[in-house]
Design a protein around this ligand. Structure first.
Ligand SMILES: [Ca+2]
Ligand SMILES: [Ca+2]
Length: 257
């Protein structure tokens, strides 16, 4: 079920991408908000090293709990990712930033989250280490002793990076150990660049060929049209002569603002 759900989420996200200042990574686990993940969901995420495909929560603590993430010192959070390391010691989600980048017209800048152990669904001798990798290099490592320990904010640059990995390892009791990345998100910088149809912040020949393909199809309702009809730059349902100047001016400039 993961792929179709992911595409639905993607369509919702893509329509909002140009106006938002951040994206929530829980929208890319490929399961509905409030649900525990039951399968790996490429292309946004993968579960490497033989990680078991469950125990990840979208906007919830993970595993079977559907309640919001809640830290004793910081209240509850509408968005976030829960990881349940369970007896297998380590949970890891790899986000493909390249895959995410195609669906925003701005630059991915900084990963931010508040890490802690979910208070209602964990016990006090749960706890562990939260590790953030960018392109396989450790950028942050934070230990939380248990659900009564203060939550801690993390902020890591992902500018120009390909992969963001969120790893939890339990050091305490593993049963009901719900280690959470509350508000896990990536802030966006730079101006919107809708003529960049490939998400690489350049408006070049690659974008031109995508635009030309859409221009020949004309109608956004054509089944062959790319999802969400990105070449329809004035959003009137057609890719036609009205869109052409909106494409060709940034094409001449090459660089996004
Ligand atoms: Ca481009
Ligand atoms: Ca149009």
């Amino acid at each position: 079920m993961g792929i179709s759900t992911g595409l639905t989420l993607l369509a919702i996200f893509a329509s909002n991408a140009a106006v938002g200042d951040l994206i929530y990574l829980s929208d890319y686990l490929g399961v509905p908000s409030g649900s525990a993940a039951t399968a790996a969901n490429p292309p946004y995420t993968s579960l490497p090293f033989g990680a078991l495909p469950y125990g990840f929560g979208a906007d919830c603590p993970g595993t079977f709990a559907s309640s919001p993430i809640q830290f004793q010192d910081a209240g509850s959070f509408a968005k976030g990712i829960g990881e349940h390391p369970f007896q297998f010691a380590s949970k890891r989600i790899d986000f493909s930033l390249a895959a995410l980048r195609i669906h925003t017209t701005r630059d991915l800048a900084v990963f931010t989250a508040r890490v802690g152990v979910d208070y209602p669904t964990s016990v006090n001798n749960n706890g562990g280490v939260f590790t953030v990798l960018v392109d396989g290099v450790v950028q942050s490592q934070v230990a939380i002793a248990g659900r009564s320990s203060p939550s801690i904010p993390v902020a890591i640059s992902v500018v120009g990076a390909s992969t963001l990995s969120l790893i939890t390892d339990h050091t305490g009791q593993y049963n009901s150990n719900h280690m959470c990345w509350a508000d896990a998100s990536i802030t966006l910088i730079g101006g919107p660049c809708p003529a960049d149809l490939t998400g690489d912040r350049l408006v070049d020949d690659e974008d031109f060929s995508i635009f030309a393909y859409a221009y020949n199809l004309l109608d956004c309702a054509d089944p062959a049209m790319p999802s969400n009809c990105p070449a329809d730059l004035n959003r009137d349902g057609l890719v036609d002569d009205a869109d052409f100047p909106l494409f060709v001016v940034p094409y001449n400039d090459l660089l996004c603002p």
